[in-house]
Design a protein around this ligand. Sequence first.
Ligand code: KE4
Length: 424
Amino acid sequence: MEHKKSDELFERSKRLMPGGVNSPVRAFGAVNRNPVFIESAKGAYLYDADGNRYIDYVCSWGPGILGHADERVVEAVKRACEQGLTFGAPTEKEAVLAELIIELVPSVEKVRLVNSGTEAVMSAVRVARAYTGRDKIIKFRGCYHGHSDGLLVKAGSGVLTQSMPDSLGVPADYAKHTLVAEYNDAASVEALFGEYPDEIAAILAEPVAANMGVVPPEDGFLQKLRELADRYGALLIFDEVITGFRLGLGGAQESYGVMPDLTTLGKIVGGGMPLAAYGGKKECMDLVAPSGGVYQAGTLSGNPVAVTAGIETLRILEEEGRAIYPAIDAAAQRIAESVRRTFGNRVQVNRAGSLMSVFFTEHPVTDHASVMRSDAGQYAVYFQYMLEHGIYLAPSQYEAAFLSYAHGEAELAETCRVIENMPR
Ligand code: KE4
């Protein structure tokens, strides 16, 4: 494949933006090659600046569950743009989206719309601290919750990809309130409560860890978090920025039957536009200004164009979900089986619904430590081969692959063919 134009664009961009990108993982640093610059996308496909076509398994890190540029969403957004891009004033559309979220996400009684998952999680943590009057938060090693100061502690995703244990620029005074437990190890959570019995405001968890690669919760783990939060008077926050509307209409909390006090949402909820949300119990959310003393605001929060994309996407998922979710789950399973057939016991393939990750290790991957024992260098080789053969995977071992409803028989058959012809 020719990547001359992408290479030229990367050199130009590196002179203008840090690392030539606007989010670190896009720089392909972990897979030892220049990134490809994308010009357009449609359905299951990306088209790069050199005219190459790829079957896309990143789906813009999750939003693309319907496939890229779904006509219904695009037409609705076009119509919304003609009515004005942003007003900085309340609109009926925000109420429509809020009603959809409250209807679909079991534990959410009230919701605030924001612009990114980072904002959503940062704000939910602030609400938990206000509600409990406590300062500390428990997060899990390898989980990622956006780039707010206090949460860039032993984080996953791009932080893990860049091998940065923590971020520069975060004062120790902030980080000290963030306690780190081990995913799928409830005893490590209980030990922190034992050490700080009255100081912990919340347990913050990805209900399916997807920022160290996909690591599903072991049986009973999420229920145990619920029990520990209740026992010690802390809140349980599920960061469903990835799993929300991905594992099903009700997200992980519906799939696993464990109800958090607060939920954060992003990606799919915005239909590909910059929109995220946090919500939960009325008694918590009524603390948020202007109804309460927790301040949070945003110029473009609830933006009518982004809200339109979200409404359209959720309505399609509500109307067609009975077909969509089984189809994307089955598609992920088919890819997983192809990888297992090809690499045998050299790989572990973790899957939760239509989220999946390939780890090059013979040992089960159930937590951060076992993730780190997998061969990220071998993943880079796998990534490069797949890219050269027209399959676009996450450019990092510590991310997830995402399926969309646009991945049909042709795309899945071609992907399996490429996998199964890969030199062992
Ligand atoms: P954003 O601020 O990037 O919208 O959301 C932050 C966030 C919060 N919570 C979870 C569980 C997340 O996965 C994310 C962001 N996900 C990454 C991909 N793993 C975004 C991709 C990127 O950073 O470029």
